[in-house]
Design a protein around this ligand. Structure first.
Ligand code: TYM
Length: 351
């Protein structure tokens, strides 16, 4: 049965990239799938253990989920630290995954920087915890932005190795499921997860530099639109966004080699739920001085209601906590069940 899982770290302000690349898709998948959405607080401490306000940021991401339209009654919304099986399964995956696999992760290389010896061990093992998040629920589909692709490939590698290493035992216990991987039918305990990385905004770029990803950690606030920015700030940032002097092309091919133009067209398309072709059919031949105000209006129209709903929710932390508690309890039931089988498969006595 298809099941969707995804997570967002409570580090810094959510921005338009997080919204278009991930959260908006979380909302859309709710009608067709069972979904579990997690605020991954244990991941947030891998880069920096001592935070200004980890609890507040966890509540704020939860508020963003709810304000965007995620229904915590129909689906599950919770924070990772509430369900101890995430850390437990991550430990087991630390023993499945190889150090070489982790060393190859580009996110680790970026975040650790030059002084790798001084990065936390948790930062290196980060993808193991991410695989545990997903596979604890035996999730089949994971909506994410393009930057998480490599981590999801690693998740598939971990699932495959576990299924292979224990294939006999999984068969004996009868806990496997038949699944289609490529054109092969295999029996395994963990599903081989499909990443869902589609649409015109899988990689939203910085508004200041078309070659850099929009990111929470960019020192320039002008580089990103935060979900909590007010209408004036959104308009100002779009007005100041870097562009080239040419008019917009009327065909998508004309965006090649024009990363800033491509980015703004992609953002417009995603916000308007149009294709880039449709956007260019409308704006091709026009100057940025005409396109930018249209984009600003659209962004304000789509984002302002979310920001105002977030503020309302954030004024009631007790309600947010009750949502997380309820979600945590329901997630915990599934997690416990998976861990029971995992321990049986491996031979870890817990009876
Ligand atoms: P995080 O918290 O960095 O980002 C949350 C989501 O936003 C997407 N994203 C973007 N999409 C488009 N353009 C951008 N500029 C942009 N920046 C961020 C990310 O791809 C992500 O989908 N490792 C994950 C969190 C995680 C997770 C998981 C995700 C932990 N466990 C299990 C899926 C399943 C992360 O750091 O996301």
């Amino acid at each position: 049965k298809p099941l969707v899982f995804s997570g967002v770290q409570p580090t810094g302000n959510l921005h338009l990239g997080n919204y278009l690349g991930a959260i908006r898709k979380f909302v859309a998948l709710q009608d067709s799938h069972e979904c579990i959405y997690c605020v991954v607080d244990l991941h947030a401490i891998t880069a920096q253990l001592v935070h200004g306000d980890l609890a507040g940021q966890t509540r704020s991401i939860t508020a963003a989920f709810l304000a965007s339209g995620i229904d915590p009654k129909k689906h599950i919304v919770f924070n990772q630290a509430r369900v101890p099986q995430h850390a437990e399964l991550a430990w087991i995956f630390n023993c499945v995954a190889r150090i070489g696999w982790m060393n190859r992760m580009t996110q680790f290389k970026d975040k650790a920087g030059k002084d790798r010896e001084n990065a936390s061990l948790g930062l290196l093992a980060y993808p193991s915890l991410m695989a545990a998040d997903i596979l604890l629920y035996r999730a089949t589909h994971v909506p994410v932005g393009d930057d998480q692709k490599q981590h999801l490939e690693l998740t598939r590698d971990i699932a495959t190795k576990f299924n292979n290493d224990f294939s006999a035992r999984i068969g004996e216990l009868g806990v496997g499921v038949e699944m289609q991987v490529g054109d092969e039918s295999v029996n395994g305990f963990f599903p081989i997860t499909e990443p869902l990385i589609e649409g015109p905004a899988t990689r939203v770029m910085s508004l200041r530099e078309g070659s850099k990803k929009m990111s929470k950690s960019d020192p320039s606030d002008l580089s990103r639109i935060n979900l909590t920015d007010d209408a004036d700030t959104i308009s100002k940032k779009i007005k100041k966004a870097k562009t080239d002097p040419e008019a917009l092309p009327s065909e998508v091919e004309g965006l090649e080699g024009r990363p800033e133009a491509e980015n703004l067209v992609g953002i417009y398309a995603a916000l308007a739920e149009m294709t880039r072709e449709q956007v260019l059919a409308q704006f091709g031949g026009q100057q940025f001085s005409a396109f930018k105000p249209a984009l600003a209006d659209l962004a304000v129209e789509k984002l302002a209601p979310i920001a105002s709903e977030m503020r309302k929710l954030e004024a009631d932390p007790a309600y947010i906590d009750s949502v997380l508690r309820d979600g945590g309890e329901r997630a915990g039931v599934i997690a416990e069940d998976t861990m029971k089988s995992v321990k049986e498969i491996i031979g870890l006595l817990d009876n």
